[in-house]
Design a protein around this ligand. Structure first.
Ligand code: S3P
Length: 168
């Protein structure tokens, strides 16, 4: 059974949706960022601050490689995971990749008061969101399915993926 890997920009609801979907499908749930934090004994924010983004991406790559060997999981991947070609190739082996999308305003609203995302801890987060979305667009488009989550509840998004997964 192929994994279902949920990708997409920060604040698109990957983790809450993946958790609910795993419950619905009675599958094991994994969150890649949580695995990285456990391995490193630090929060993502601390890893960025103390070791830098390059280090974080290396650890992330290793975790993606390990997870890609497994089957039958529902996985929530950090927003930068499929930007890397090697990560994308590894995930494609055993996984159906679903990308959650949202408008910059929705992303800003959902990530607004939270300071745990180092890439958005900047004076003008909306501008940063727009820039990053533009830069990453072609990569997110490579997912097997894309879902626009604007105006949708977590339940609705999870249900939509469940329906998609039935046909796989
Ligand atoms: C990142 C997204 C974050 C986390 C890190 C980098 C990104 O995960 O992996 O802060 O590059 O988009 P979420 O998408 O779960 O917030």
């Amino acid at each position: 059974m192929r994994n279902i890997v949920i990708v997409g920009f920060m604040g698109t609801g990957k983790t809450v949706v993946a958790k609910l979907l795993a419950q619905k499908l009675k599958r094991e749930f994994l969150e890649l960022d949580a695995i990285i934090e456990e391995k490193e004994g630090m929060s993502i924010k601390e890893i960025f601050e103390k070791k830098g983004e390059g280090y974080f991406r290396e650890i992330e790559k290793g975790v993606v490689r390990e997870t890609s060997e497994k089957k039958g999981l529902v996985v929530s991947a950090g927003g930068g995971v499929i930007i890397d070609e090697e990560n994308f190739r590894n995930l494609k082996k055993n996984s159906t990749i679903i990308c959650l999308e949202a408008s910059p305003d929705t992303i800003l609203k959902r990530t607004g008061s939270n300071t745990c995302r180092p890439l958005l801890n900047v004076p003008d987060p909306k501008k940063k969101i727009e820039e990053l979305l533009k830069k990453r667009e072609t990569h997110y488009k490579k997912a097997d399915f894309r879902i626009d989550t604007d105006g949708m509840s977590v339940e609705q998004v999870a249900e939509k993926i469940r329906t998609l997964a039935q046909g796989l």
